[in-house]
Design a protein around this ligand. Structure first.
Ligand SMILES: Cc1ncc(COP(=O)(O)O)c(C=O)c1O
Length: 389
């Protein structure tokens, strides 16, 4: 099969994957959904390379190869959800007996990740430090002798702070640790953390990659041969693998990823600008504003800004009014799909984060997060403005 992964544009890789995705037997241009649990062997020691779907499945394999090619990694592993991927990632560092493992984590990140680390892995010999990773000096100060990993979301969620991936990679490698970047917000169309020195990339494929708010998926992408065996072992032992149908939906979504990201980008900018001029809006957090504190860094390490932004309304009552009155924009908890969604981080995505920590990072009862979809931008703006009253 032709290899379309080398030296092709990211938009080409979205459509054709790591290799052309047609099915060789019939020439069908869409990878079939291999909806089967097990695979027949011709005899002892004879195998097609496929044995049992928890371990390997042709549809999921085509997706994993596609996502690896997009993120310019050697390997990608597909999980049932983003949280499944993050959990497998952290298991790679499970401490040996009585020896705690320390992980530094962005303090402003998806609340589910906080819950997983703090409520579960903290009981199994892990220590976590929550740090503003957009300030490299703070990361450096948090390093301990048992620090094994630095886990960042950039831009951060929901305050849109930007972490310098190259600097952080350099810093953590200097201490013998690894850098893990959750690239859900920007996708491989706009940011390639592995090229900037990160060791592992995480995706909630539920968001922009699949892109239609109709499936859940998660990924780990990397290029480390030794870790690949261990990660595959965790994946097949725990069994949180992506089903063939969800793998197919995600593959289909990815075919239009580059196109969608362009529209999310242009729509996001227009919505951010309109909100910034609204009398009831106090502040808009959007990485595409030239006066964003890390605009220069963001421009240097990314190729675009997604459709994500957050804003403070001046009065808490206005936040409630918007959530009640939006009609085109849906009040729902997720991001990255074709539909514009508005989220109240305080009670939704970030409810697991303790109040003091939430307050310190800026998540309060006046903060709203918008995932700008691909509808007509004027319709999105008109809807949010009418909801603001
Ligand atoms: C940045 C980020 N990472 C990971 C996750 C978890 O992904 P999933 O919901 O697919 O488990 C989310 C979910 O919102 C997220 O926003």
């Amino acid at each position: 099969m032709a290899d379309s992964s080398k030296d092709t544009g990211v938009d080409t890789r979205c459509v054709h994957g790591a290799r052309h995705l047609f099915e060789p037997l019939t020439g069908a241009v869409s990878v079939p959904i291999y909806q089967c649990a097990t695979f027949r062997h011709g005899g002892l020691g004879e195998s097609t390379g496929f044995d049992y779907t928890r371990v390997i499945n042709p549809t999921r394999l085509a997706l994993e190869e596609t996502v690896a090619a997009l993120e310019r990694g050697k390997y990608a592993l597909a999980f049932a959800t983003g949280m499944g991927a993050i959990s497998a990632m952290i298991k790679l560092f499970v401490p040996a007996k009585e020896e705690a493992v320390h992980v530094i984590v962005s303090e402003d990140l998806y609340g589910g990740t906080y819950r997983l680390f703090n409520e579960y892995y903290a009981n199994f010999g892990f220590e976590f430090s929550w740090v503003d990773t957009s300030v490299p000096e703070k990361v450096g100060a948090a390093v301990r002798s048992n620090t094994k990993a630095l886990f960042v979301e950039t831009p951060s969620n929901p305050m849109m702070k930007v972490t310098d991936i190259q600097k952080c990679a350099h810093l953590i490698h200097g201490h013998g640790g690894v850098l893990i970047v959750d690239n859900t917000f920007l996708t491989p169309c706009f940011q390639n953390p592995l090229d900037l020195g990160a060791d592992f990339v995480i995706h909630s494929g539920t968001k922009y990659l699949a892109g239609h708010n109709d499936t859940l998926a998660g990924f780990i992408v990397h290029s480390n041969d030794l870790c690949e065996d261990r990660l595959r072992n965790i994946q097949k032992s725990e069994g949180a693998t992506l089903s063939p149908f969800d793998a197919w939906l995600t593959l289909r979504g990815i075919k239009t990823l580059a196109l969608r990201m362009e529209k999310h980008r242009t729509n996001g900018k227009l919505v951010a600008e309109a909100l910034r001029g609204h009398p009831k809006v106090e502040k808009v957090f959007y990485t595409g504003f030239p006066d964003h504190p890390q605009y220069a860094l963001s421009s240097a390490q990314t190729r675009g800004h997604s459709g994500l932004l957050s804003f403070y309304v001046k009065d808490k009552k206005d936040a409630e009014r918007v959530l009640k009155n939006v009609s085109l924009v849906l009040f729902a908890e997720s991001l990255g799909g074709v539909e514009s969604l508005i989220t109240y981080p305080l009670v939704q995505t970030h409810s697991a984060i303790p109040e003091a920590m939430r307050r310190a990072s800026g998540v309060n009862d006046r903060l709203l997060r918008v995932s700008v979809g691909i509808e007509n931008p004027q319709d999105i703006i008109a809807d949010i403005c009418q909801a603001l009253g």
